[in-house]
Design a protein around this ligand. Structure first.
Ligand code: ATP
Length: 424
């Protein structure tokens, strides 16, 4: 329907980006394919007013499919249609953009120029395998446009960048390249790796890692890429590859995936398996917090803010050093479970996990014991029991329940009779 609507207006319509890559890969491996994101580009129009072609096409489609929600992003002249039939089903996103022709100097009626504007649009993209387009409108519907050797790279299983300056222009492409390489089981083509190393050695991370940066959009995109990587099943290999390339410097110049951080991340996985699903921990966020927590205390808060992490994460990382000193100092002194509970219940689960990861075994065990055993212990009597025993509801209730809990935790109260005696 979209191609008919485009054709009717005298435009060309192309499927571009990840969907073309994934279609060709699925065809090559005879695998099944689930596409939830479709990127379309409209091109080949004859007058400048058509710069809003993508938006116009999206509006026309929305009229035909009223169930779709329409979003228009004016500044980039792009529109998106979103189908979200059932919350349990995957949704379908269709992004429709107008080929970027604004820098092209020749009259747009020339057929060569029509092809060139889609070429130019594809040339702005990150890797050859992401710069393929499938023509959807006749004549030659179904034709693959491959200006940069993307098909060969798909066959050779390699990630190749389109131009030498690409990573300097946009350092988040380093993270995207690593993500595609690990996800698809591709190699980073040697010249592309050289460009990555060159970009990193020339200090490209200054733009991403430094504070007071004037490029917040870059930071946000870096966070989005980190999220994609850290929530994927292949996150360990991706992190390793980022480290091998020196690309963790984009987060902070001193960040390294050393054996200590590797150990902590392994411990974290055990811990996430244990606490989920009751605690609703956000796994990728916990992994990122653990990575940032590996930096010197003075850098943590700044890095978290630069990446525009959530307020909670920023707070955990800013307070980690102080909390750690306080908790370790106290735990080493404490003799009773009740003291441990009284102290640790003041802290978020996330911060306790971060401290446990960084601590020696004795402290770590105390924190685990608190999180897995002690927090689940309830006082032998509850508020209702107190009422039944004839205690009138009062502000002292809380203190009484706290004392009962302390007695239970420390083993001084083991049954109801001992609890009643304790209160008396
Ligand atoms: P995925 O399957 O992970 O969604 P995708 O290729 O669809 O992969 P998107 O992030 O949805 O990735 O981007 C869509 C397309 O936009 C890419 O295929 C690529 O052509 C282009 N693109 C996205 N980000 C960049 C970037 N930082 N630089 C250049 N091109 C980009």
């Amino acid at each position: 329907t979209a191609s008919q609507a485009a054709e009717k207006r005298g435009w060309h319509l192309y499927l571009v980006g990840g969907a073309v890559r994934d279609l060709l890969l699925a065809e090559a491996t005879a695998g099944t394919l689930m596409i939830t994101d479709i990127d379309l580009v409209v091109d080949g129009f004859h007058k400048s007013a058509d710069v809003g072609a993508g938006v116009e096409l999206a509006k026309a489609l929305q009229e035909m499919y009223p169930a779709a929600r329409l979003e228009i992003h004016g500044a980039f002249q792009t529109a998106a249609l979103l189908w979200h039939k059932d919350p349990d089903l995957d949704s379908l996103w269709v992004d429709i953009a107008t080929a970027r022709t604004e820098f092209y100097p020749y009259p747009a009626a020339n057929p060569e120029v029509e092809a060139s504007s889609i070429r130019q649009d594809l040339y702005r993209r990150d890797f050859t395998i992401n710069a393929l387009a499938l023509r959807l409108t006749p004549p030659r519907a179904g034709e693959l446009l491959d200006f940069f050797g993307g098909l060969l790279d798909l066959k050779a299983k390699q990630i190749r960048v389109l131009h030498a300056n690409s990573f300097i222009e946009d350092p988040t492409r380093i993270y995207r390249g690593v993500r595609f390489a690990v996800r698809l089981g591709f190699a980073i083509e040697p010249r592309t790796e050289e460009y990555i190393r060159y970009a990193i050695n020339s200090g490209v991370y200054d733009r991403t890692a430094q504070t007071n940066t004037k490029t917040p959009a870059l930071q946000t995109r870096l966070k989005t890429e980190l999220k994609h990587i850290l929530e994927a099943p292949y996150w360990r290999s991706a992190l390793q590859l980022l480290d091998d390339l020196g690309a963790l410097q984009c987060i902070h110049p001193t960040l390294k995936l050393d054996s200590e951080l590797t150990r902590q991340l392994r411990l974290l996985e055990r811990c996430l398996r244990r606490f989920d699903p009751q605690q609703n921990l956000i796994h990728w966020q916990m992994r990122l917090e653990a990575i940032i927590a590996h930096l010197a205390p003075t850098h943590r808060g700044k890095v978290a803010k630069n990446l525009q992490l959530q307020e909670d994460s920023i707070k955990h990382l800013q307070n980690l050093a102080t909390a750690k000193t306080e908790i370790i100092g106290s735990l080493l002194k404490y003799q009773h479970h009740s003291q441990v509970v009284k102290l640790l219940r003041n802290y978020d689960l996330e911060i306790l996990i971060l401290i446990a990861l960084q601590s020696q075994q004795k402290i770590r065990r105390q924190i685990w014991n608190y999180l897995t055993v002690l927090t689940n212990i309830q006082p032998i009597l509850n508020g209702n029991d107190l009422k039944k025993l004839g205690y009138k509801p009062s502000p002292q209730y809380k203190q009484m329940l706290d004392d009962l809990l302390a007695g239970t935790l420390d083993g001084d109260i083991t049954n109801q009779r001992e609890a009643e005696e304790f209160l008396a």
